[in-house]
Design a protein around this ligand. Structure first.
Ligand code: ASP
Length: 424
C-alpha cells in the first residue's frame, strides 16, 4: 500500500474507530504529557459547547416531530395508547434492571475523583436533599411545568422543554389539516437541519474526546478507569439481560412470537444501530426490516417505529440510571430509596428526551444529575467509555422499538408475522 493510499484510508476510518483511537491516545497523553494535554483542554470544552449548542433545538424539534407523527385517522388513539404503554413499561423494566445491578455491583464506590473543591460542591448539591421526600417529589412535579417555555429553552431546562414539546406536538395533531400541515413540515425541516448540524459537530468528536479524556486522566490519574471497568460491565450486563431475557419473554408470552426469528429478521437494522450509534440513522432500515422481513403491516410500522426512534430508548434509560448512580457513588453521595425513585422517573424522561443520535444519552445525564442535585462535572467520569456503551445501548433501543412494533401488530390481530409461533 502506498503512503498516500494508507493515509487516505486512515483518514476514512469510521468515526467510532477514530473515537476509540482518540480515547486511547488521550488517556496515554494524559499519563505521559499531562501538562501539554491540560494546556489544550479548551478543545474539549469547545466540543462540549458545540454539543450543548444543538441539544435544545434538537430535542425540541425531535419530540415535536415524533409526537406530531402520531397524526390523525381511525384507531390512532388506540394505537398510541398501546404504543405509549409499551414504551413506558419496557423502559421502566430496563431502568429497574439497571438500578438493581448498580446497587449490587457498586461500581462508583471508591473511585477517587481528585477534585480539590469537592466538599463545597457536595455541600451545595446536598442542599437539595434538605426537603422531606414528599416535598421533594412535589417540587419535582412543579418543576416539570415551565411557566415560560422560552425561558426554559434559554436556561436549557430539559425536563420543562420535554413537557412543553410533548404537549405542543400532541396539540399539533388536533389542528385542522390546513393549519397542521405547514407546522408539521416546518418542524420536520427544522429537525432535519438540526440533525445535519449535530453530525457536523460529531465529526469533531475524536479531537474533543482526545482532549477531554486527556484532561481527566491528567487530573485524576489512570485509577479512574479501574472503577469504569466495573461500571461499563454493569451497563453491558444490564443491556444483555434486557435484550436477551426481558424483551424475548414479552415477545413470547404476550405475542406468542419466536424471539430468535424476530431477531433474525431484524438483524440488518440491529447491526446498523450498533455501527452507527444512532436510532434515527437506523430508522429507514428498521422500517424496511419490520415490513419486508418481519411481516409487520405498514400501518403499525409507520406509526410505531419513527416514534420509537425518538422516544423509546430502553438501552439509554438503563444506561442513564446506572451512570447517575455510578456518579453518585463516586461522589460519595448516598441516595435514599426515594431519591433513587427520582432517578428512575428522570431516567425515563431523559430517555424520552434523548434524540436518536450518537452521544445524546450522555448529554441527557445532566437532566438526572440536576434532578437529584449531583454535580454536572460528574459526566466527565463516564465520558471515556461512552462510545462503546452508546453502540450497545443504541442496539437495544432499536431492538425494543422492533419488539414493540411486533407486539402491537399482534394485539391488532395481525397474522402475517414471520415469527408467529403457530406458523410452524
Ligand atoms: N445513541 C442513542 C440512540 O441513537 C441515544 C443515546 O445516546 O443513548 O439511540
Amino acid at each position: 500500500m502506498s503512503e498516500q493510499t494508507m493515509s487516505r484510508s486512515i483518514f476514512r476510518l469510521a468515526l467510532h474507530w477514530q473515537i476509540l483511537a482518540a480515547l486511547i491516545l488521550g488517556a496515554l497523553a494524559g499519563v505521559v504529557i499531562p501538562d501539554v494535554v491540560t494546556s489544550v483542554d479548551f478543545v474539549g470544552d469547545l466540543f462540549l459547547k458545540g454539543l450543548r449548542m444543538v441539544i435544545v433545538p434538537l430535542i425540541t424539534t425531535s419530540i415535536i416531530c415524533g409526537v406530531a407523527g402520531l397524526g390523525g385517522g381511525e384507531g390512532v388513539g388506540r394505537l398510541s395508547g398501546k404504543t405509549l404503554l409499551y414504551y413506558t413499561m419496557t423502559s421502566l423494566l430496563a431502568i429497574v434492571t439497571g438500578l438493581i445491578l448498580v446497587n449490587l455491583t457498586q461500581p462508583g464506590v471508591g473511585v477517587d475523583l481528585g477534585l480539590a473543591d469537592r466538599p463545597e460542591r457536595l455541600a451545595a448539591s446536598m442542599d437539595r436533599f434538605g426537603d422531606s421526600p414528599g416535598a421533594a417529589l412535589i417540587r419535582l412535579l412543579l418543576d416539570l411545568v415551565p411557566s415560560n417555555p422560552f425561558a426554559a429553552m434559554a436556561e436549557g431546562n430539559m425536563l420543562q422543554i420535554i413537557v412543553f414539546a410533548l404537549l405542543f406536538g400532541t396539540f399539533i395533531t388536533r389542528l385542522p389539516e390546513a393549519q397542521r400541515k405547514p407546522l408539521e413540515s416546518i418542524f420536520t425541516s427544522a429537525f432535519a437541519v438540526m440533525m445535519k448540524l449535530t453530525h457536523f459537530i460529531l465529526s469533531f468528536a475524536p479531537l474533543g474526546i482526545f482532549a477531554l479524556v486527556g484532561r481527566t486522566v491528567a487530573r485524576t490519574g489512570i485509577d479512574v478507569f479501574a472503577g469504569l471497568g466495573i461500571y461499563a460491565l454493569t451497563v453491558l450486563l444490564g443491556l444483555l439481560i434486557h435484550a436477551c431475557v426481558t424483551l424475548p419473554i414479552l415477545l413470547s408470552v404476550l405475542g406468542r412470537l419466536r424471539p430468535h426469528i424476530h431477531a433474525q429478521a431484524m438483524s440488518p437494522a440491529l447491526l446498523t444501530a450498533f455501527s452507527t450509534s444512532s436510532s434515527s440513522a437506523t430508522l429507514p432500515l428498521t422500517l424496511d426490516c419490520l415490513e419486508n422481513r418481519a411481516g409487520v403491516s405498514n400501518r403499525v410500522t409507520s406509526f410505531v417505529a419513527p416514534l420509537g426512534a425518538t422516544v423509546n430508548m430502553d438501552g439509554t434509560a438503563l444506561y442513564e440510571c446506572v451512570a447517575a448512580l455510578f456518579i453518585a457513588q463516586a461522589y460519595g453521595v448516598e441516595l435514599s430509596i426515594l431519591q433513587q425513585g427520582l432517578v428512575v422517573v428522570t431516567a425515563l424522561l431523559a430517555s424520552i428526551g434523548a434524540a436518536g443520535i450518537p452521544m445524546a444519552g450522555l448529554v441527557m445525564i445532566s437532566v438526572i444529575l440536576t434532578a437529584v442535585g449531583l454535580p454536572l462535572e460528574g459526566v466527565g467520569l463516564i465520558l471515556a467509555v461512552d462510545r462503546v456503551l452508546d453502540m450497545c445501548r443504541t442496539t437495544v433501543n432499536v431492538w425494543s422499538d422492533t419488539c414493540g412494533a411486533a407486539l402491537i401488530a399482534r394485539s391488532e390481530g395481525e397474522k402475517g408475522l414471520v415469527s408467529l409461533r403457530d406458523q410452524g
